[in-house]
Structure formats: structure tokens, C-alpha cells
Design a protein around this ligand. Structure first.
Ligand SMILES: NC(=O)c1ccc[n+]([C@@H]2O[C@H](COP(=O)([O-])OP(=O)(O)OC[C@H]3O[C@@H](n4cnc5c(N)ncnc54)[C@H](OP(=O)(O)O)[C@@H]3O)[C@@H](O)[C@H]2O)c1
Length: 229
């Protein structure tokens, strides 16, 4: 069965996608940060040897190198760059925390690219490699709305970097897409969000499974529709 790497898999959308890919028989390599995250992953139904869990702080370059070293020689068919942060409370014109903004850029924008490049040898071994970065409708330049400087800018910059990566990895036949998962009821999305994690995953998982080179570089939504840049 294919192998998928999922970051930030200890809760929220990451945990739910792990559960779905495990139930479909995939080999799942899940990264987490906390003991709670690891416990949640280990409690997911799975076959012996089907789930590998590794601690990974995605903004730590050294940790990314170590993680890639542990996977050396393994084929990775899908990399789901899911780990992300909202960027804290101070995101309005009168109240900006620049250090938190820099950290948000490190986690949401740079880490997905750094991890993808670190796992490129693994992705190149796949006959159908796909890299998905979980982005957001809040990145869209057409949604001309105020506030949330750190989050909006980090996901907009992620989109641009992912678009560049899609061009650069065309020759390797690697599909690369940013995907908006919907506004989802998680710790980040909150209880007022539009859809449950299960509704998100019911769209996101088949979308990821069916991605082809025809879609590389496209900004998509979890339900397969395109998202405006
Ligand atoms: N929920 C929504 O409505 C929504 C909408 C659009 C996009 N998204 C995006 O979807 C992705 C998942 O969000 P979610 O709603 O599931 O959020 P969540 O419930 O807050 O979960 C975030 C996940 O990312 C991990 N994470 C955060 N910073 C990390 C870091 N520096 N290194 C490694 N892992 C880190 C967290 O790990 P810990 O448990 O260790 O903190 C957690 O597993 C994010 O990229 C988010 O921006 C969400």
C-alpha cells in the first residue's frame, strides 16, 4: 500500500486524516509534538506495523534533517504538510506581535517547503508522488478582508512558494498543491466553523488520493473545487 507522511497529526485535521488513511490500508508516518498527540495517534485503529510516529517540531531545521534521516531509503507517496498555527491574538493594526508573526511564517510558510525538500529523495522513489500543503481561504488575495496579518500572510506566502515548487518538481512528475480544508471545527477553527472534521476528511482524503499532474500548482478546496488565489 502507498505511504503517506502527515505532519501535526496529534490532533485536529491531521489526526482525522491519519485515521482515514489508516482505515484505507495506507502505511502512515505521523508526526506529533506532545505526549497527548502520540497517545491519540496510538489509539487509532491500525494493523501492526502500519503506523509509525515520530516527534517533529516543523520549525526546527535540525529536527527536519533528523526526521528525513530516519526515513532514508523509504518511499513516500504522499506528503501532507498539515501542521500549522493561527499566529496568536495580536494580529490587528493596533496590536501586532512581530515575534509571533515571524514564528508563524517559520511554521506555516517555510517549514512545508523545507520538509518537502528534505523528503525529495523519498518522494522521487514513488511512481505517483503528491505533496499537499494545507493552506486556507484566508490566504486568498481576492478576499479583501482586514486583520489576521500573521495567518493570512503566512498562508498567502505558502501558496506562492508551493506554486514555485509545483513548477520546479514538474520534471520529477511530483504533484504539488495547496488545499483549503474548509472552515473546520477544530481547536483552530472553533465551534462556529462550517464543517466537522469528518466532513472535511470525507472530501480531503479522496481528493488527495486522486490528485494527478493535471492539477499540479492548482489551489484547491477540500471538496475538489478550485479556490481563488
Ligand atoms: N480549522 C480550520 O478551519 C482551518 C481552516 C483552514 C486551514 N486550516 C489549516 O489546517 C491545518 C490543521 O489545522 P487544525 O484546524 O487541525 O488546527 P489544530 O487543531 O490547531 O491543530 C494544529 C496541528 O498542527 C500542529 N503544529 C502546530 N505547530 C506546529 C509546529 N511548530 N511543529 C509541528 N506541529 C505543529 C499541532 O501540534 P500540537 O498538538 O503539538 O500543538 C496540531 O497537531 C493548519 O495548517 C491550519 O492552518 C485549518
Amino acid at each position: 500500500m502507498p505511504t503517506i507522511v502527515i505532519t501535526g497529526a496529534g490532533r485536529g485535521i491531521g489526526l482525522a486524516t491519519c485515521k482515514a488513511f489508516l482505515s484505507r490500508g495506507y502505511q502512515v508516518i505521523a508526526t506529533y509534538r506532545s505526549a497527548n498527540g502520540l497517545a491519540s495517534l496510538q489509539s487509532l485503529p491500525h494493523q501492526a506495523g502500519q503506523l509509525q510516529c515520530f516527534p517533529l517540531e516543523v520549525s526546527d531545521s535540525h529536527a527536519i534533517e533528523n526526521f528525513a534521516e530516519k526515513l532514508r531509503g523509504q518511499t513516500v507517496d504522499i506528503l501532507l504538510n498539515n501542521a500549522g498555527v493561527f499566529g496568536g491574538e495580536a494580529q490587528s493594526i493596533n496590536h501586532l506581535d512581530f515575534n509571533e508573526w515571524k514564528q508563524t511564517l517559520a511554521i506555516n510558510t517555510i517549514a512545508p517547503i523545507e520538509l518537502t525538500l528534505a523528503l525529495l529523495p523519498n518522494l522521487r522513489k514513488s511512481l505517483s508522488a503528491r505533496v499537499v500543503a494545507i493552506s486556507s481561504q484566508m490566504a486568498s488575495l481576492e478576499r479583501n478582508q482586514p486583520g489576521y496579518y500573521a495567518y493570512r500572510s503566512s498562508k498567502a506566502a505558502l501558496n506562492k512558494a508551493i506554486q514555485c515548487l509545483a513548477h520546479d518538481l514538474k520534471a520529477d512528475n511530483i504533484v504539488v498543491c495547496p488545499v483549503h480544508p474548509g472552515w473546520v471545527k477544530t481547536d483552530m477553527g472553533g465551534t462556529d466553523a462550517d464543517i466537522s472534521v469528518n466532513e472535511c476528511v470525507a472530501g480531503l482524503v479522496p481528493l488527495i488520493e486522486q490528485l494527478s499532474m493535471a492539477q499540479t500548482g492548482h489551489f484547491l478546496q477540500y471538496n475538489g473545487e478550485s479556490m481563488s488565489w
